[in-house]
Design a protein around this ligand. Sequence first.
Ligand code: F6P
Length: 553
Amino acid sequence: MSENRTGGRTPLDRTPQWAALGKHRAELGEQHLRGLFDADPERGSRYTLAVGDLHVDYSKHLVTDETLGLLRELAAATGVAGLRDAMFRGEKINITEDRAVLHTALRAPRGAVVEVDGENVVPAVHAVLDKMAAFADRVRSGAWTGHTGKRIRTVVNIGIGGSDLGPAMAYEVLRSYSDRGIDVRFVSNVDGADLNEALVGLDAAETLFIVASKTFTTIETITNAVSAKNWLLTELRADTDAVAKHFVALSTNAGGVADFGIDVANMFEFWDWVGGRYSYDSAIGLSLMIAIGPDRFREMLDGFHLVDEHFRTAPPEQNVPLLLGLLGVWYGAFFDAQAHAVLPYSHYLSKFTAYLQQLDMESNGKSVDREGNPVTWQTGPVVWGTPGTNGQHAYYQLLHQGTKVIPADFIGFAKPVESLLPGLVAQHDLLMANFFAQTQALAFGKTPEEVAAEGVPAELVPHKTFRGNHPTTTVLAAELTPSVLGQLVALYEHKVFVQGAIWNIDSFDQWGVELGKVLAKRIEPVLLTGEGVEQLDSSTAALVERYRTLRGR
Ligand code: F6P
């Protein structure tokens, strides 16, 4: 240990709080949720919290009052609140990039003051929001026209990672609030098939491309944007003048935008203190704002802000992001849980978990601490999941009877969206019956005795038994509104923050994506010319040779 830099901090797994949790875990042993519920008839109402419109039931977790107390002590000992306050104050808590982490400023009200390097950033945030709103209104009303004078009918967002997943997810979630006269498509993959399919059937004269890239150097995005520009100019038989009416940019890099040929007047700015995966409530949300309108977008921001304030001010016992973060730490460390499932019971949330994958896994997929020492504890889980009912007929088998501990979040809504066809409203109870049934089955299972009592032959009893004891959180809201979406996303953002703070990792950098980018750049010319293939490792060299042969090179 002597060579390790500790920043004065005791490694997590050597703290007394960690040891106390380990001892407590051993004492809990095989404690079953059935026993916990039998022992406390109030458990189902006692183990609930509320934030904004979200009702959070955490009673089906393998925790007791003692567990929760010990976890909160761990949070206190690891300085979660101090780091949180430093984040909100605009301190440069992204230490490896020397940047502030201020996505919370993106949804701060107009009059708020949040300073970075002594400058209040809130006026600039609102200036960009206002510029976005004016532009979105012009596109929505038809006042903004393309090169030939036609109004815009399709918006194509070209971006990847945080410049794609957030708006793509939110557009899907809020589709029922969107202007159905404008279609929004998302292109991210450098595989030409993605742009190809997005362009099928489009009239270039009615198409607006939004090039979304924080850095404006991301190879996938720039490649697709150049191809889109070529397509547009060919389709319109126009010269580059046409670009200004069909391309806008969302970026922190004005120079890169100008070099690409987009008028900087048509650039919507954000700042280096907005991480890519925390950016869809910035200018990166322009496609969403065009779809749902500025008012709905602002309602969403208000939802984010509500949870920000809750996270910042609620006492630990009532702090929902803190609780969810702590539960994840508990399972990762003391149940060897490697994964976390997020299972929405709303088809509109079909891209929600994919969005959370970047948020969580790019943030907390780290194996050195903030001082650069290897960590000796679990960090971020594998996050996965799709809408629940579909999952029930696919992978829930493993959740119910497999060998793994996979804590899961179930997210559902009491009311279907207002615009649902009247004939479809009745299906909502069936959807939600499944929602409630699944967490019940996961928690309580079905004992061999119960199975046998149904007359099941003895040899089949083990196969039809459900061990239960699978931990779940239930998040229930009245309905899926823009504000509720903002609340949900902020909840997960802060949950991820809590975990990163406890694990003592930098949740705001992403160096792990760099090596692949560098190697791809080296390999691309080898694919074309074959030169340098011998310098590759023997596996990659053989694969590249085979590829070249298959391509007839
Ligand atoms: O390579 C990973 C990453 O940097 C993400 O963190 C980011 O969201 C994505 O690429 C896109 O980056 P940009 O917005 O700069 O194009």
